[in-house]
Every structure is written in C-alpha cells, then in structure tokens.
Write a protein that binds this ligand. Structure first.
Ligand SMILES: *Cc1c(COP(=O)(O)O)cnc(C)c1O
Length: 467
C-alpha cells in the first residue's frame, strides 16, 4: 500500500491539482500535498506485531489523495473563518462571534487600518501621545467614571485589576460569586495568577455585609464584587447592595471593584433585559468597574476598566498592561460604537436593534418571509408555521431571562429535523445557516437574522428542504 503512494510530482500533474496551481502558489500546494501524504503514511499502525493500515485502501487511490489535497487547498483559499446566518435567536452567541458591528463601524476600522493614524501621536503638541486618549474620554463620559483604559477582553481586565491593586494582599469575595464564565475562566484561578490571595466570605446563597466587615484586616487590598452574569441563585438568598458594600469600603479605605461582565451602557430594562447599567455602579460608589466590549455594549472584543483616576493610573502602570492592551483596530471600533451611544443612535448598534425589536415587528417579518418562501417550495416539501417562541440575549448575560419572539417552525417532509439542521449548516453553496432544533422542528428566529440576509436564508431553506 505504502509503495503505491504516488510522488508529489506525480500528484501535482493530476488535472484538478494542476488547475489549482494556477490559483494557489506552487510552494503551498507542495506543502499541502506533503502533509496529506505524511498523514497517509503515519496511518500505518502496528497491531500484534504486524503492520496494518489505519486508513482504508480507498484512501490510497490517486484520485482520493488528489481530492483530499484539493479540499484542503480550497479551504485555505477561502479562509476557514466565514460569515454565517444566525437564525438561533441568541443575540450574543459566543460561538458565532458574539456582537456583530455595524457597517459604519466596520468602515471606520477600514479607514484607520489602511492608513497611518495618530494612534500614539499628539497632533496639537507634535509629540508622542497615548493610545488611551481615544477611548478614555467617551467611556468616562458614558459611564460617569473619572478615567478608563482598554485591554484585550474582560478576563484580562479582571486579571490586571487584581494584579495591579491586590497582589501580595487579600481580595475579599463572596462565596456566591466565585464563578466560572466558560473556557476555563474561573475567579479563584485568575486570582491565583494575579498574585492576590482569595479571601472567601459568606456562603453560596447568603453573604451579609458583616461577613465582609469581619474579613477586613491589614492585608486587605480590595473588595471584589462579581456580577452573576450567567447563573441565578434563587430561593433563600441574600447579598448586600453594592451601595452598602461601597460605603463599607469607603469607611475602611478599601477600594471596591465590580466585575460587571455584560457592561450595559444603555438601560434595556424596558425591553425585558434585566441587566445593571454601568453608570449605576459608579452612582452606588464603586471605585473600579470592568466589563466586556462585545457583550451588551455591542462592540469589538475588549475589556474596559473604568473608575477612579488614581486607581486606573496605577493599573495602567502595571507591566502587564503592555501585554494586554488592544490594537488600533479595536480602538477604532470601540470609539466608533461609543459614538452611537453619545449621539443616541442606539438602533445603529446591531445587537441593540435586535434586542429592542418588538414581537410584532419580528412576527410581520416572519409572516412575509414564510409567504414568499412557500411560493418557491413544492407544496409537499415542508410545513411552515410562525409561532410564539423565545429569543435569548446569551453570551453570558441575562440568565433565566428571554425575549418573546415569533419564530418560524419548519417541518421538512424529506428530512428529519436533525438532518435539516445539518443541511442548513453545511449547504452545497452559499452561507451556512445556524438554526435550533426543538420538538422535532427546526426553528428560525429572524430576530438575529439581518434583513439583507433574508434572501440567502430563503435560498438555503429551499435547497435544504429539497431532495
Ligand atoms: C463575560 C464575563 C467575563 C469575561 O469577559 P470576556 O470579555 O469574555 O473576557 C468576566 N466576568 C464576568 C462576570 C463576565 O460575565
């Protein structure tokens, strides 16, 4: 079998690969071919002292090898990161890139990215400037903070705040807030990495102000409050108000830091999203607050640290800041998104428009979509129905809450719901569609589908419901 493996030269003379070499550099193609051949060779295993093939014999056919190389080359040419249609109704879908940004913001990124900029240049003084100025002013203004800096994400923000303000000392946290966010982000572990010693107080369900007060000693550096972004404690539960905690901190001269996670800048409670607004944390007396740029703020991935000027300056001076800072593309995006908040054009922030869309509006879109789709489908291909359902904000925010929506329940006659979901996700051509399967139906929630994606979505459904 191994002797039958063709040489790289022989392979590159095959029709498909010869054609591909017009579109992809020869060196890349050779490297791809070598990689595939190496995989085939290592597919030989020794079982009970005898060499056997882990690959089926068919994998050694020249045509099969050629197809495999071509497949990998095509994937390299198109790039594996691609756009998808999010029909799940999960607005901040962590696996689908969290917050999409508006075209205005994308244009701004493009303008800054493709030219030189005053990223770290003070145009008035004609001298070196700081990159922080571009974001610090709008963030401070919108949050009611004295100063702000931006790092790679909120996980980095938590680490940096603790490292800069509590290293070698104690950080007090309630046992009800020792959370895991996902992907290995756990407060106790971040705390250990930062060099701060975790001082747990209270119990899982109840922590009193007196618990914090009793724990304060000469080694206490910070009181940390972590917003319960992705879970709820219900029943016999209590925790002090942030205001009370801040009053205690002030009395004992201990800074209070709130990790807010979701970072809501606009009040969304009128739209069924029960999330605290950043400004309220400062009104309650918090000294430092950190939150994500790509959760409810609706901007790029970033971690925002805002608060008292002296503390922010101290965090800014920490040597790790340089390792965690953001690049000009993120600054351009953030600055541009914050502009929407300052001007008050909240519907220009895609996730805010999605969250604030009414059930009636989504229902009308769904009815229109179904009517048009039905005309393109054979009468017996599917049953389409617009029904009451729930969207969620997601992305580690608003646990246990949902937004009422009108979703399209799809039942295909030729495919099961699971098959249909797979076909939508892996279409022969066009944009992949991510949809939910529930009660043996595929659910399409237009809340998270952009209007300009509807034609692609319809094409995908027509194809997926077909033979
Ligand atoms: C989401 C979240 C984080 C992590 O933020 P990223 O921007 O995803 O790194 C940290 N703390 C809380 C409370 C969160 O909700």
């Amino acid at each position: 079998m191994l002797r039958r493996i063709p040489s790289v030269d022989e392979l590159l003379q095959q029709r498909v690969l010869a054609e591909l070499s017009q579109r992809i550099g020869r060196e890349s193609l050779v490297a791809l071919a070598r990689g595939v051949l190496a995989e085939l060779r290592t597919g030989v295993a020794t079982v009970r002292g005898r060499k056997t093939l882990a690959n089926p014999a068919a994998a050694f056919e020249v045509a099969a090898i050629e197809a495999r190389i071509a497949d990998e080359a095509e994937r390299l040419l198109t790039g594996s990161l691609r756009g998808v249609i999010n029909a799940t109704g999960v607005v901040l879908h962590t696996n689908l890139g969290r917050a999409p940004i508006s075209a205005v913001v994308a244009e701004r990124i493009g303008r800054i990215a493709t030219r030189y900029s005053n990223l770290e240049y003070d145009l008035d003084a004609g001298a070196r400037g700081a990159r922080d100025v571009h974001t610090s002013r709008p963030i401070s203004l919108l949050c009611g903070a004295e100063a702000a800096i931006v790092v790679n994400n909120n996980a980095a923000a938590v680490y940096l705040v603790l490292a800069a303000l509590a290293r070698g000392g104690e950080a007090i946290v309630s046992r009800g807030e020792l959370i895991e966010i996902g992907d290995g982000f756990r407060i106790p572990e971040i705390m250990a990495q930062s060099g701060a010693n975790l001082r747990e107080v209270g119990t899982t369900n109840r922590t009193r102000l007196a618990d914090y007060e009793r724990a304060i000693n000469k080694n206490t550096r910070i009181i940390l409050r972590v917003h319960r972004s992705n879970f709820k404690i219900v029943g016999f539960a209590a925790q002090p108000e942030l205001k009370e905690l801040c009053a205690l901190g002030r009395r004992k001269r201990i800074p209070v830091y709130e990790d807010l996670g979701s970072g809501c800048l606009a009040d969304l409670r009128g739209f069924g999203v029960e999330e605290p607004v950043v400004r309220e944390s400062f009104a309650a007396g918090a000294d430092i607050v950190s939150f994500s740029g790509d959760k409810l703020l609706g901007g790029p991935q970033a971690g925002i640290i805002a608060g008292r000027a002296d503390l922010v300056a101290k965090i800014r001076r920490h040597p790790m800041f340089r390792a965690l800072r953001v690049d000009k593309l993120t600054i351009a995006a953030l600055d541009s998104v914050l502009g929407h908040y300052i001007i008050g054009t909240l519907d220009e922030v895609p996730i805010l428009r999605m969250i604030r869309a009414s059930t009636a509006e989504i229902g009308e879109r769904a009815n229109r979509f179904v009517a048009e789709l039905a005309q393109r489908l054979p009468a017996d291909a599917a049953k389409l129905e617009v029904r009451d359902a729930n969207s969620v904000v997601g992305g580690g925010s608003t646990p246990g809450q949902s937004l009422p929506t009108r979703a399209i329940a799809v039942r295909g006659t030729r495919h099961s719901a699971k098959e249909l979901e797979t076909r939508l996700r892996r279409p022969a051509k066009g944009t992949p569609v991510i949809a939910r399967v529930e009660k043996n139906l595929v659910w399409i929630d237009l809340r998270t589908v952009f209007a300009e994606q509807e034609a692609d979505l319809a094409n995908a459904l027509v194809w997926a419901l077909g033979e």
